[in-house]
Structures are given as C-alpha cells and as structure tokens.
Design a protein around this ligand. Sequence first.
Ligand code: SF4
Length: 228
Amino acid sequence: TGTRELDARMSVCRACPRLVTWREEVAAVRRAAFAEQAYWGRPVPSFGPGDARILVIGLAPAAHGGNRTGRIFTGDRSGDWLFASLHRVGLAALPTSVSAGDGQRLTATRIVAVVRCAPPANKPTTTERDTCRPWLVRDLELVRSTLRVIVVLGGFAWSALWPALVQAGFPVPPRRVSFGHGVRVELPVSGVSVVGCYHPSQQNTFTGRVTEVMLDTIFGTAAELAEV
Ligand code: SF4
C-alpha cells in the first residue's frame, strides 16, 4: 500500500546527523539497561489510514514515547491525552495507545509528526524541521483526495505546515494567519479546514493551559467538519 511504501522509505532516513545520533544513543543505552525492552530508535512512521479525512500534525516523537514504541504519540503523557480525546469523540477505537499490537485503530484519522525522529529535550531545530519536510509533503500527498481537516498541534507544527502544503500542491491563502488555539483557516479550492490546537505537552496539560474539554472541542469540531 501507499502507507507501507512511505514508511519503508522513511525508516532508513539519516538526513539529520544530530537526530540520528540521539535516536540511536537513547535506544542503545536503554536496550543495554533493560534487556527485555525493545527500543525502536528509528524514524517513527505516521499512524492511521492512508485515506484519512483528518490529519493531526504533532511536533516530533518523544525519546521514550514514539522512539521506544515505534508508534507516534504512544507510550508518553502527551499521547495519553491525545488518544483519550480522540477516543472520546469517536476517532480512536481505544482510549490508550500502548504499543504495536494493542488493537488501537483510528477512524478516518492519521497522526503525523513534523520531525520524524526524536530530538533532544523535545526540541528540533528549524533546520531539522525543514530537512524533514519532504516526509510531511508525502503524507499530505497521500491523503490529498480524502482530506477535509488538518488539526495542527502547536506553533512549531503550524510553521512547518504552510510550506509543506504549497509543495504538496494545495493552494493556500495569500496572507499567513498566526497560530492560536481554535484558529481556523479554510484553504482555497480544496476547501480543507486547518485548525490550530495547543499541543497536549506535559507542560501544557500540567499547567492547565490545555484541558480535556479544550481538546475534545477541537477534535469534535474536526470530526463534524470531516463528517466522520
Ligand atoms: Fe530523516 Fe526526518 Fe529523521 Fe531527519 S528527522 S533523519 S529528515 S526522518
């Protein structure tokens, strides 16, 4: 399938030296310390069907989340918040995402990251963001014919999306709209809605900047707009 081919090609990407070193170091150290734990330690593929109507764009895999389990937003606190909300609004089969083989399944929704390899301190550089853009472009091309809504988690992903949309052939409005929670932009021609959402990072959920209700409102709206 298109998604398998995309995953296979991405899984061998080594374009960012700093991230290749980090993802492999984290995996090697943990493997040595906990022999029973398999660590993915490679670029983390997108999760969800290739004919998705909703695309959710996150920042990057967490060192001990996606970089450990091999599934994006899986095995870390941000992912717990994200999948629980997707489940509450009917877009995820289960309220948690633990690891491959747990039975989790997304409905008409695909989760992707702007940067596909875990960065130190969860902070990719703008160069790494731009280097990883071709993979985001491929994901946009993959879902092009079915896509209705893009939910963008955080300002960094928002900044990455616009040039990727242009490269993937989506017409975009002439004036760039600033990121904000609940900000919505309709793309000309395609009619795709782009919706901003604060990232459910541990810092944001811990301080109350992001609440369950806020996430459910955004994803509920996305499901409605996409007629899922
Ligand atoms: Fe390749 Fe993206 Fe990983 Fe960089 S972050 S090595 S471009 S998959």
